[in-house]
Design a protein around this ligand. Structure first.
Ligand SMILES: NC(=O)c1ccc[n+]([C@@H]2O[C@H](COP(=O)([O-])OP(=O)(O)OC[C@H]3O[C@@H](n4cnc5c(N)ncnc54)[C@H](OP(=O)(O)O)[C@@H]3O)[C@@H](O)[C@H]2O)c1
Length: 244
């Protein structure tokens, strides 16, 4: 295993895939800022990871501009740069509300506020710190559920998941942001990618996932530690490229 003295921020890292991502980055020697909206849960999670490396709680609610600004200043003061930004925080609402034709707009707005606007707000706030790093990496947690090519495939594989329109379209937007940022940053060392972590047993799906979130975290860490000749503006999972 290689060790590094780099710094990473993982949003929504008090549990699930974010927690396991924080653990794996800490084990590689990263100083990990463990973002959590609740101080009690965040401090407890950072304590749980203390044996894995240098893990520090930072209060961060991705829907709250003041919280994001305070976290940015906190990390800028202590770390100076940010080598890796993992936009992991996410929610899935409206499973009982059916498809697009019946889903309440309020459900869609709430989902977008965390999954898409949260990712956008955090990225905009932290990009100046990522640009200061030698080889910045931004990883956006997307999902194959947000893949338009899968949605429109003749066999419609997404239908088998009991498609949640709000969640799926929020992830489509996340992937769109990945593409736009990658183009904007193409002449810089910063790489921006979307990943799908597979189907993990977490609170988000009532622990129905088929793999432990430590498995899902592996592809996130892979994207966070891409070499200089690695891709940017890509969407991939553990098996390779995912259709946009
Ligand atoms: N699980 C899967 O199979 C799967 C598949 C594809 C993609 N993903 C994506 O992977 C990411 C992690 O999901 P997960 O399965 O690990 O879910 P999870 O266990 O429910 O964790 C979600 C995390 O996001 C945090 N969060 C929610 N709203 C937030 C906000 N406003 N500000 C900051 N943090 C917030 C949660 O914090 P609280 O504890 O405070 O609620 C929690 O730490 C999500 O983006 C999800 O869409 C998951």
């Amino acid at each position: 295993m290689t060790t590094t003295h780099q710094t990473a921020l993982v949003t929504g890292a008090n549990k699930g895939i974010g927690f396991e991502t924080a653990r794996q980055l800490a084990q590689q020697g990263f100083t990990v800022w463990l973002g959590c909206r609740d101080a009690g849960r965040g401090e407890a999670a950072a304590k749980d990871l203390a044996a894995d490396g240098d893990v520090r709680f930072v209060q961060l609610d991705v829907t709250d501009a003041d919280s994001i600004q305070a976290a940015q200043e906190h990390i800028a003061d202590r770390s100076g740069v940010l080598d890796v930004l993992i936009n992991n925080a996410g929610i899935a609402l409206g499973d009982q509300e059916g498809p697009a034709s019946t889903m309440r707009p309020e459900t869609i707005e709430k989902t977008f506020d965390v999954n898409y606007y949260g990712t956008l707000r955090v990225t905009q706030a932290f990009l100046p710190l990522v640009r200061k790093a030698e080889a910045g990496r931004i990883v956006n947690l997307s999902s194959s559920m947000g893949s338009l090519s899968m949605l429109t495939a003749p066999e419609q594989p997404l239908a088998q998941f009991g498609l949640s329109y709000a969640y799926a379209t929020s992830k489509t937007l996340v992937s769109t942001l990945t593409g736009w940022l990658a183009v904007e940053l193409k002449d810089t060392p910063v790489k921006v990618n979307s990943v799908c972590p597979g189907f993990n047993a977490t609170d988000m799906n009532g622990n129905m996932g088929t793999q432990h979130p430590s498995e899902g975290a592996k592809v996130v860490v892979q994207a966070a530690t891409l070499p200089a000749d690695g891709p940017s503006g890509s969407f991939f999972d553990a098996g390779g490229p995912v259709g946009w």
